[in-house]
Design a protein around this ligand. Structure first.
Ligand SMILES: NC(=O)c1ccc[n+]([C@@H]2O[C@H](COP(=O)([O-])OP(=O)(O)OC[C@H]3O[C@@H](n4cnc5c(N)ncnc54)[C@H](O)[C@@H]3O)[C@@H](O)[C@H]2O)c1
Length: 443
């Protein structure tokens, strides 16, 4: 394919060189003539393992041909001679932390002016990291305005976040964890897929905003991982424990630790272990004079998630609320530190009429280890329980799905259309299956 790459920094330079290495005809574009001259001289403008060799192998003075890399400051020439343009310019921070999109805007506008002179279909792909909405608000509108053409008809657009790490970027380019294509339409995505046929990594095609957001989720998670490990390390050091041994064993758990478990947005955590153990470790850190702001922020953040739901229910305008599920997860009757109990208590205190259905807790009320806890600690909540799901539906205007109770399905099939459902656990994988009165806590 014929590809133009805008911005010859880390991302652009590596993308341009590696795409040429696999046989594409690539032209790199930068406003910085020094970078352009360096590439045309077969030299790398960045310090990265293997990149110098790839550039010197792919830059030749022959006529353009597949597998060749060249560079220019001339946007129009680059757009006219290629089928697809990758935007890899910088997206730094403003002083106040907000995202600066000036370079992206200018680059898209320049590509747009060139598109005005182009007869054939062209796809513009954002590789720069940008907040959700940026591709459509900034790139798409700059392209349409400058070209006088219409996206979806004359040109396509896509978001293709980059996962390379500096220092191992060539290796990362050829072995990404996945390739994510956020496409404006099928045609845009198809053209971009063609560029990546050499990669074996799983390919995920999605919408543009999901691709934009996914990149931020990745980087924020990476930052949180580093900080988490450092805080655990800080505590370990004061206790004479080798933190690397701890984290080595920690990482052996690919069921709960290094896995998708606990990474599904939903309601607050609770139960007999997580809140108690967080409190104990952060208190210990305090006594050891180790500052652990990330660990300290977890319980307050969990509280905010409960308050968010309380406020949501208050704003719903209804006073009759039915809960399906009271224990912190389905399949258990353990109510210790259940955030749902806290939620119910908060609503009762604000004068709501609450009814609760939880098959396991109802059984526990009759016998079992939790009978005493229910009778002694939360008798006021126990009184609100019903064993009849139809009664709960009839006497509530808003149903809160609190855990993945098997009755959730029954409710969604039988609930009347004027009632509302607030889902804390994501009972539908596909939100198109949900009815009009349905709403999720963070989706
Ligand atoms: N560096 C990384 O490891 C990395 C990894 C993944 C994603 N990203 C993202 O990729 C984007 C680029 O990052 P980078 O580190 O390569 O940036 P960089 O600052 O190293 O390079 C950006 C280049 O764009 C050029 N440029 C600016 N305006 C231009 C224009 N109108 N036309 C052509 N060229 C122009 C600049 O001269 C510069 O050479 C950012 O959004 C960044 O967040 C970076």
């Amino acid at each position: 394919m014929k590809i133009s790459v805008f911005g010859l920094g880390y991302v652009g330079c590596v993308s341009a060189a590696c795409l040429a290495k696999v046989g594409h005809e690539v032209v790199g574009v930068d406003v910085n003539a020094v970078k352009v001259d360096l590439i045309n001289a077969g030299k790398s403008p960045i310090v990265e393992k293997d990149i110098g060799q790839i550039i010197s192998d792919t830059v030749t003075t022959d006529q353009y041909h597949p597998g060749q890399l060249s560079a220019t400051t001339d946007t129009e020439k680059a757009v006219l001679q290629t089928d697809i343009s990758l935007i890899c310019v910088g997206t730094p921070s403003h002083e106040n932390g907000s995202l600066k999109l000036d370079y992206v805007r200018r680059c898209a506008s320049e590509i747009g002016h060139s598109l005005a002179k182009k007869k054939s279909y062209h796809v513009v792909v954002a590789r720069s990291t940008m907040l959700p909405g940026s591709v459509e608000d900034v790139i798409l509108s700059a392209l349409e305005e400058a070209s006088g053409k219409r996206v979806g008809e004359d040109f396509g657009i896509a978001m293709n976040p980059e996962f390379l790490r500096e220092s191992t970027s060539v290796e990362d380019f050829f072995n990404p964890p996945m390739t994510v294509i956020g496409q404006y339409d099928q045609k845009s995505g198809d053209v971009l897929c063609e560029m990546y046929t050499f990669l074996e990594a799983p390919l995920e095609r999605t919408d543009i905003k999901t691709a934009e957001m996914m990149k931020y989720a990745c980087n924020c998670f990476h930052a949180a991982k580093v900080t988490f490990a450092n805080e655990i390390g800080g505590i370990c050091k004061t206790l004479g424990i080798d933190s690397h041994k701890v984290m080595e064993i920690f990482c052996m758990d690919d069921k709960l630790n290094i896995s998708s478990y606990y990474l599904k947005p939903g309601f607050a955590f609770g139960g007999s272990c997580l809140p108690k153990d967080l409190r104990a470790l952060t208190y210990k850190a305090k006594t050891q004079d180790v500052d652990v702001p990330l660990l300290n922020a977890i319980l307050p953040s969990n509280k905010v998630q409960i308050e968010r739901v309380v406020n949501k229910i208050i704003r719903s305008g209804t006073k009759r609320v039915g809960f399906v599920g009271l224990s912190f997860k389905a399949g258990t009757d353990d109510l210790r530190e259940s955030p749902l109990v806290e939620l119910v208590e908060s609503l009762i205190g604000k004068g709501f009429q609450v009814k609760i259905f939880d098959r396991n807790v109802s059984l526990a009320k009759l016998f079992g280890a939790n009978k005493e806890y229910i009778e002694k600690e939360i008798p006021h909540i126990s009184m609100l329980m019903t064993g009849d799901i139809d009664e709960l539906m009839a006497e509530s205007d808003l149903i809160v799905i609190g855990n993945k109770a098997e009755e959730a399905d029954y409710i969604m099939k039988n609930i009347s259309s004027e009632k509302r459902v607030f889902d804390l656990v994501r009972i539908f994988k596909n939100l198109d299956d949900a009815s009009s009165g349905y709403e999720g806590v963070c989706w």
